[in-house]
Design a protein around this ligand. Structure first.
Ligand SMILES: [Zn+2]
Length: 271
């Protein structure tokens, strides 16, 4: 499932579409977890793209009208852009631009979504109103992390992946940042010391920034909109390395399910 760095990389790859005008829209009319607005086509045809940004794991396309076009990749979604793109099964939204460019949202499992949200209603919309802090902003700090961990009896990894507290961190980047901070993923949140919180705050930002610089991580079929793959999977220190040697201490990387999700860690390096 794409996490913050993958969505950020897709958003970067879509920037060439800014300023382009939509001339035709085709939808599959298939059902998603959120119903796309009725007659979406008529709302966005002839509109121009002002900007394309990321909020949590949503892609927000700002059009020169009262609406944002919102895309979410879910588990298996893909966004492609370019000229003369090949049509595929599971293309659910195809946007044609006046200069010949196209944008395609493809999602075989339909856990993603596309919809329009009125600009005045974005922050109060059910998809957005409960979202926590963006980890790469100043709001995500030592004091914020201290606040969300103090007196909490949940395991640290579960809190890092809770989008109502911090957005965009999933299984991969939670495991990787806890390894860098030398904290075991099953530690009870309230047991994390101030020095460890400081290290963790730094590790989260560091690992996300490195992953963005590498274009995200390609585990299955993740690609940016030009079809290129991300490379950060080559830099994983623990994720997916069950039974392999730890790069730091040479002992074996362990694997355990925490809250139903695969978790990787080193019992020598992490305490
Ligand atoms: Zn180790």
């Amino acid at each position: 499932m794409p996490e913050l760095p993958e969505v950020e990389s897709i958003v970067t790859s879509l920037q060439p579409l800014i300023g382009k005008t939509i001339c035709q829209v085709v939808t599959s009319n298939k059902t998603f977890r959120i119903r796309a607005i009725e007659k979406l086509e008529s709302f966005i045809t002839n509109k121009q793209i002002n900007s394309i940004k990321r909020k949590s794991k949503y892609i927000i396309i700002d059009l020169n009208c009262n609406y944002y076009l919102i895309l979410h990749l879910g588990m298996s979604g893909k966004i492609l852009s370019g000229i003369n793109l090949k049509r595929n099964l599971h293309d659910h939204l195809i946007i044609f631009f006046t200069d010949g460019n196209e944008l395609i949202f493809n999602d075989p499992r339909r856990f993603g979504l596309y919809t329009l949200i009125h600009k005045n209603k974005l922050s109060s919309h059910p998809l957005f109103r409960h979202l926590g802090v963006e980890p790469l902003t100043h709001k995500f700090s030592y004091s914020y992390l201290t606040k969300i961990l103090s007196r909490k009896s949940s395991q640290i990894k579960t809190i890092l992946m809770d989008a109502t507290k911090i957005v965009g961190i999933g299984n991969i980047y939670a495991s990787e940042s806890l390894f860098r901070a030398k904290i075991l993923p099953n530690r009870i949140a309230s047991s994390i010391s101030p020095a460890e919180i400081k290290k963790l705050c730094h590790s989260i930002k560091e690992v996300l920034n490195e992953a963005i610089a590498a274009g995200g991580s390609t585990l299955k079929d993740y690609v940016i909109s030009t079809g290129e793959t991300g490379l950060f999977q080559n830099n994983f220190r623990v994720y997916g390395r069950k039974g392999k040697e730890c790069y730091v201490c040479r002992s074996m990387i362990h694997h355990q399910k925490i809250a139903g999700r695969s978790t990787f860690y080193c019992t020598q390096c992490q305490i």
